[in-house]
Design a protein. Sequence first.
Length: 174
Amino acid sequence: MRSRILVLGVVAAFLAACGSSGGTAAATPLSGTVSVFAAASLSASFTAIGNSFQGANPGVTVKFNYAGTPTLVTQIEQGAPADVFASADTIKDYDPVASKGNGFTFTPYDPWQFYAAVVRAAETYRHPSLWASLMKRAMTEDVSWTKSAQRYLNLFNTAIAARREHRGLAAVVD
């Protein structure tokens, strides 16, 4: 299974957290704090991206909160301020025509594909009703361990049944 990354809130990070008033980016340098909630598995790459962003924008501070996706979702649902939420392996790419998906994904992992995902997020953010619908869908996605545990249990039971069947066949052959 290929990893997928949610880029939900990147535009909000620049518009809200950086204090943009809607003017041109060249006229007013970015400033403020961007709060990034990201899956722990993304910490190395996101720290590098954050350091690069801060270097290019000295007035901006990037604060990271790395944890498991269910923990991050719970924190956000309880009111933790997140400008950017990045989750690994739980995202379905947003299709505005079909009104499906819960975020923005990109593969292969290169700067241009990441940029394309950010542009798609920015375009969606420009339409408040679409953005609100996408955020609601993303926050109601079941990323609990209960769902994952059920999948593992089903896999385990399938493996046991296959093993029993194999043993039954082997006993007849012997």
